[in-house]
Ligand binder design. Structure first.
Ligand code: SF4
Length: 746
């Protein structure tokens, strides 16, 4: 019998609704966009269309795996956890909790079970050594948002559906499908922007697919966005174009911003940015003159040594032009599950503490928003601190740092030297090949789904819950069970996963009823627990969050409000309306105002100014992304890798001629820390002086179980990235703008 199931695609941030044909309890392979989905209206990309292939991939792990020398043995769950219990607690007992590190990857924020239970595991593990993909990606934006608005989750989102002018830096949403900007059907949204007379300007060293559909492309020199943005702000002050708009009463620090950008006249930054001063001035005038405008920066701006400064200046520009918290500008979503910016009374926030109080052992790098820089992971394993302590054990959860972290060669060797490693992952990949125990994560189609994270970053307020499309396969278990069982071992108190889950649910219920902003404020926590009692695990937690959230039923006080029951009755989602202004209610800064000039960012200005006088480097390497790639982890699916080699080195024709590189032949790319050979693709899509390699490739390591990916291995661009330079305010690695030399391989 064939039925149709609807679910939200969990593979990227876009939250597309999928329509999946299910035949006799198995995915029939036909996956379409769900036209009735309230958010995506039928849009789908090739990754979403391949989700059935992911489910069926015979190399996706279904049973726990135990290392036996160089071999792997499939074992039952009890045996796998017995091995963890046998080895992990004694190691922690002997060396202390900080001898263990934990690394969590991007898929955790695409899965509400992981999102809700990951903090439980991390607390139970008790280590200060927390690393994640965030310090390889978006942390600068979250640090800047935390300093300006009081919470790192308060990211201002471009109102793409209503804006008249979209200035986009270092982002390629036609390929990424949006990042820190959840907006299914980016192609349609950008097309409609232009059809209604709006203007799209893309600033990027590469002429990306997004730049191809823009009104204007400015091929900036990599790593110089902060100068460009500072010069735009300078021009706004200089030409008396600052108009704060309705946010004005809530803004603090305008004079300090004026002083901070005072030395960044367009004429001073033009050469280093590779953009003429007149163009910078014109763009500033255009943003200021547009009826509404949104400035947005993404990975090309964040993975640089001034990533937090650039992220801050993006929102400074939005504020200076009256576009902060305004329709058509940038706005703050209000997610149905609530978030740090809906909880607690506004104006009484504590803000964020940057830098954090903890330091890594080797370089003394500070924690930022509770995490250490992933660029420090290898050295924390392979270099004992002065007192001999080091990281000896690692837990990875849905992450592949062997491919995604800088100086991958060193990290790969460091992972191989660990005394014990546990991975929760769907594949035996470049990272998990070093593990002693791998605990498989179930197929995305066998999980329920709710986008807790991306609803808080979406261009429209929506809520959409998907029950599991397919049952768990034999031997599979829910990820929440795996996480709770691991937490129980780490706690060592004899709690069962079920008992720990009750503790987690009770804690959440008490927190929600104690929150004066919640719709269950002042109620009895037991009442909330009873209301959700028919559900277990992540669905119980989700139900409580929805009922207490800003659109919740409040246990009956808002009869038309949301609960999980309500969402189950709406398989295409519930539309909660367009984003609306939220100032000052969204703010959690101690002052209760938008801090336009946080001292930590002002302190970066002298360093930024000093960098203006550095010599312009020779050849710089930047990354790139492909519509059919999702970082590293979908390359084992034939539809994602078929066709011509996509892991090529893009070289501008003038550079190719100067360096005697030939299209289709190999070039040796060398940086301060490594060297790879890659096939040359000559294209004027990169600016002269810039070469580009995509990330997420390099599936040529021995011992991985990724047959299709290995047949299209490509090279790991992070062999070339250097863990030494960091954006100091966020601890984020510099993954764009790497000085390299390139020569033919003869
Ligand atoms: S754009 Fe993202 S969410 Fe939409 S179908 Fe593709 S992978 Fe899934």
């Amino acid at each position: 019998m064939t039925t149709v199931a609807y679910r939200t695609c969990p593979l990227c941030e876009a939250m597309c609704g999928l329509e999946i044909e299910v035949h006799d309890g198995a995915c029939a392979g036909t996956v379409r966009g769900d036209r009735a989905d309230v958010f995506s209206a039928g849009y789908i990309c090739p990754k979403g269309a391949s989700i059935g292939r992911l489910h069926d991939d015979p190399e996706r792990l279904r049973t726990p795996m135990l290392r036996a020398g160089d071999e792997w043995r499939a074992v039952g769950w009890d045996d796998a956890f017995a091995e963890i219990e046998r080895r992990l607690p004694p190691l922690l007992e002997r060396y202390g909790r900080d001898a263990l590190a934990v690394y969590y990857g991007n898929p955790n924020v695409h899965d509400h079970a992981a999102f809700l239970y990951l903090p439980v595991v991390i607390r139970a593990l008790g280590t200060n050594y927390r690393f994640s993909a965030s310090t390889l990606d978006q942390w600068p934006k979250q640090v800047a948002s935390g300093l300006m608005f009081g919470s790192e989750v308060s990211v201002a989102i471009p109102d793409v559906d209503r804006t008249d002018y979209f200035l986009m830096l270092g982002a390629n949403p036609l390929v990424s499908n949006g990042s820190l900007f959840t907006a299914a059907d980016i192609p349609g949204r950008l097309r409609r922007l232009r059809e209604r007379g709006g203007r799209l300007v893309v600033v990027d060293p590469r002429r990306t697919r997004t730049a191809d559909v823009a009104d204007e492309h400015l091929p900036i020199r990599p790593g110089t966005d902060a100068f460009f943005l500072a010069a735009l702000a300078h021009t706004l002050f200089d030409a008396d174009l600052v108009r704060l708009g309705p946010a004005a009463p809530h803004l603090a620090g305008l004079d300090e911003v004026r002083a901070a950008v005072g030395e960044f006249a367009p004429e001073r930054v033009a050469e280093v940015c590779g953009i003429e001063a007149a163009t910078i001035r014109r763009i500033a005038h255009e943003v200021a003159a547009a009826p509404s405008a949104a400035v947005y920066g993404r990975i090309g701006t964040t993975t640089t040594e001034f990533g937090t400064v650039a992220s801050w200046l993006v929102d400074v520009l939005n504020a200076l032009t009256g576009n902060l918290d305004r329709p058509g500008g940038v706005l703050f979503p209000k997610p149905a599950t609530g978030s740090a910016n809906t909880q607690g009374p506004p104006g009484t926030g504590r803000g964020v503490r940057i830098p954090g109080s903890r330091r890594t052992r080797v370089r003394g790098l500070p924690s930022m928003l509770g995490e250490f820089p992933t660029a420090a992971l290898a050295e924390e394993i392979d270099t004992p601190a002065e007192d001999g302590t080091r990281v000896r054990a690692l837990v990875t959860i849905a992450g592949n740092p062997a491919l995604s972290a800088p100086n991958a060669t060193r990290l790969d060797a460091a992972l191989g030297s660990l005394e014990f490693m546990v991975s929760i992952d769907a594949y035996l990949n470049e990272t998990t090949r070093h593990a002693d125990v791998i605990l498989p994560a179930p197929s995305p189609l066998a999980r329920s789904h709710y986008d807790v994270t991306f609803s808080a970053l979406a261009v429209r307020n929506v809520a959409n819950f998907s029950p599991p499309t397919l049952p768990l396969e034999p031997y599979e278990q829910p990820e929440s069970q795996t996480l709770l069982r691991l937490a129980c071992i780490a706690l060592g108190t004899g709690l069962t996963p079920e008992a720990l889950d009750d503790v987690v649910a009770g804690d959440l219920a008490r927190r929600l009823v104690a929150d004066p902003s919640s719709r269950v404020a002042g109620r009895d926590a037991e009442e909330l627990l009873r209301a959700a009692a028919a559900r277990r695990r992540e669905e119980r937690l989700l139900d409580m969050l929805l009922r207490a959230g800003p659109y919740g039923d409040g246990l009956g006080t808002h009869p038309d409000g949301l609960s999980l029951d309500v969402l189950e009755q709406h398989p295409h989602g519930v539309d909660l309306g367009p984003l609306a202004p939220r100032l000052p209610e969204v703010l959690r800064t101690p002052s209760g105002r938008v801090e336009l000039a946080p001292p930590q960012l002002l302190a970066e200005i002298p360093r930024l100014a000093a960098a203006l006088t550095r010599p312009v480097p020779g050849l710089l390497l930047v990354g790139r992304r492909d519509l059919r790639s999702n970082n590293s982890w979908m390359h084992n699916l034939e539809p994602m890798v078929k066709g011509r080699n996509r892991c090529t080195l893009h070289v501008h024709p003038a550079d190719a001629e100067r360096l005697r590189l030939t299209a289709g032949e190999s070039a040796s790319v060398r940086s301060a820390v490594g060297q790879v050979d890659a096939e040359v693709e000559v294209t004027d899509a990169v600016r002269e002086g810039v070469v580009s390699l995509p990330h997420g490739w390099g599936h040529d390591r021995p011992g991985i179980r990724l047959t299709t990916a290995a047949a299209h291995a490509g090279v790991n661009s992070n062999v070339l990235t250097d863990p030494a330079p960091l954006d100091p305010l966020s601890g984020t690695a510099v993954l764009n703008g790497i000085p390299v030399t390139v020569a033919p391989v003869r």
